[in-house]
Design a protein around this ligand. Structure first.
Ligand code: UD1
Ligand code: CA
Length: 489
């Protein structure tokens, strides 16, 4: 394995990608929670190369900033003008050389717009390259439609003689179905030398990386090929149709991996999962669910239908249905939804509950505590085994600042309470329904904070005479009288 550790991986990402018709540079478009170039960099990373260089050009500040934010170990090299793939690799190698890096060993080249390329395929290419003692090994694929791709030329004995670009090919060459994936393994020193000799006398007036094969072969070096097991893996993204197709394929691959690891996915067609999502066995995912970012599903938990979880941890045996959650933690055996919204900083303890039409933010809910219905809990700490009555609001915002509410353990708060923060309800306290709690409640007390009820008898008969309400009231009065054994009973 370490013998196949590349000296460097060079990722080409300087092109504009005009066919995306987008203000966003092509390689920064996302599928499954990562940019296109991010997928390629991640695959390259798994081979632990000594150096990892991304060649940037179009929208370079944006691309460089993005790369720096996700992987501090990535270098970027600038290609001022897009003079071809050979020129781009040359810029990458020159940037390394300028930093005093002398490459000895294998240099892999890949493109920033092939997000389905796996580290396994890259490793297989590096292994073939080293095993066959090649100066260059090209990753090829046999495709149903070779339009636009460079064609692999082979001699009668099957050895690779070179690559001819679609635009430069004869009709006979165009008939070849084996194409250049754009991924290569090179001997680093030979590559640098050959790139210096690549010319631009082709239909596009560019320095073609593919010409290096012919140059090295003419020098008497071994040129080889490694055929990709699955041609779909090397598909490049040029437009948004291909972007959607690649997303579908990668999603299928990620779900397949999860299912083989013991996760039940009821409907893979309507389940979307990001590359960094992790699962434990016997997690169950219902239809219409999106698992995004670094979401984690614990053993035996049940998620969906219709859940969108971003960077959220779901504990073992918890259930989360019809819920949107962002940066939340759901404890073991806890229950969320249907129709809950857990915002950043929500932490539900073991067997806690955030029920129907409940929104939480920056709130810690202790073990076994429940917020079952129609409530907003913001900036709060709730102890263990407490029940919050239906339709309660944690009034956390005074128009300028947010304040905290603390509710103790074993409390029972009434329905339709307002907790006007900052306020504390002590352990074992009760609050009456309809209370507006503005003062701290000592442990074990009942807080009643609402107007006294007053009944004005006969008001309807006096103020709304003859109305349906008055008639109903009169009938009720007569009935009461007869029950009491009035005249005629
Ligand atoms: C290239 C290959 C072709 C192969 C195909 C696979 C060459 C000459 N042709 O063609 O044989 O079948 O890829 O997808 O290599 N790039 C730069 N700087 C440049 C030019 C390109 O960084 O000056 C980058 C692009 O951003 C892209 C990659 O290199 O990521 C490939 O460039 P592209 O123009 O798409 O190459 P193709 O014409 O598709
Ligand atoms: Ca091109």
């Amino acid at each position: 394995m370490s013998a196949n550790r590349p000296a460097a991986v060079v990722v080409l990402a300087a092109g504009e990608g005009t066919r995306m018709k987008s203000a966003t540079p092509k390689v920064l478009h996302e599928i499954c929670g990562r940019s296109l170039v991010g997928h390629v960099v991640s695959a390259a990373r798994e081979l632990k190369p000594e150096h990892l260089v991304v060649v940037v050009g179009h929208a370079r500040e944006q691309v460089t900033g993005h790369l720096a934010a996700r992987d501090a170990g990535v270098r970027t090299a600038v290609q001022e003008e897009q003079n071809g793939t050979g020129h781009a690799v040359r810029m990458g190698l020159e940037a390394l050389a300028a930093e005093g890096v002398r490459l000895s060993g294998t240099v892999l080249v890949a493109c920033g717009d092939t997000p389905l390329l796996t580290s396994g395929t890259l490793a297989a290419l590096a292994r073939t390259h080293a095993g066959d003692g090649n100066a260059v090994t090209v990753l090829t694929a046999r495709v149903p439609d070779a339009t636009g791709y460079g064609r692999i030329m082979r001699a009668a004995d099957g050895s690779v003689t070179g690559i001819v670009e679609h635009k430069d090919a004869t009709d006979e060459q165009l008939a070849v179905r084996e194409i250049n994936s754009g991924v290569f393994a090179f001997d680093g020193a030979l590559l640098a030398d050959a790139l210096g000799r690549v010319r631009t006398d082709n239909s596009q007036g560019e320095e073609y990386l593919t010409d290096v094969l012919g140059i090295l072969r003419a020098d008497g070096h071994r040129v080889g090929a490694c055929v990709a097991a699955d041609h779909r893996e090397i598909a490049g993204i040029n437009n948004r149709v291909q972007l959607a197709q690649a997303r579908r394929m990668l999603n299928d691959r990620l779900l397949e991996r999860a299912m083989l690891a013991g996760v039940t996915v009821v409907d893979p067609a309507t389940t979307w999962v990001d590359a960094d999502v992790t699962f434990e066995p016997d997690a169950l995912v219902h239809p219409g669910t999106q698992l995004l970012g670094a979401t984690h599903l614990g053993a035996g938990c049940e998620v969906g239908p219709q859940a969108r979880l971003t960077d959220t941890r779901v504990g073992a045996e918890a259930t989360v249905s019809n819920t949107v959650a962002v940066r939340a933690e759901v404890g073991e055996g806890a229950s969320v939804g249907p129709y809950a919204y857990l915002r950043p900083g929500t932490v539900l303890g073991p067997r806690a509950k955030a029920g129907t039409y409940v929104e939480m933010k920056n709130a810690t809910v202790g073990e076994g505590s429940k917020v079952p219905h129609l409530s907003y809990v913001g900036d709060a700490t709730i102890g263990d085994h407490t029940n919050i009555g239906a339709a309660s609001v944690f009034v956390n915002y005074d128009g300028e600042a947010k304040h905290h509410t603390t509710i103790g353990s074993h409390c029972k708060t009434g329905s339709d309470n307002m907790f006007v923060a900052p306020v504390t309800v002590g352990d074992g306290a009760y609050t009456a329904a309809g209370s507006v709690i503005t003062k701290d409640v000592p442990p074990g007390s009942l807080a009643v904070a609402r107007g006294q009820q007053r009944n004005i008898e006969g008001w309807v008969a006096r103020k709304r005479p003859g109305s349906a309400a008055a008639q109903a009231a009169q009938a009720a009065g007569e009935e009461r009288e007869s029950e009491r054994g009035g005249p005629g009973a």
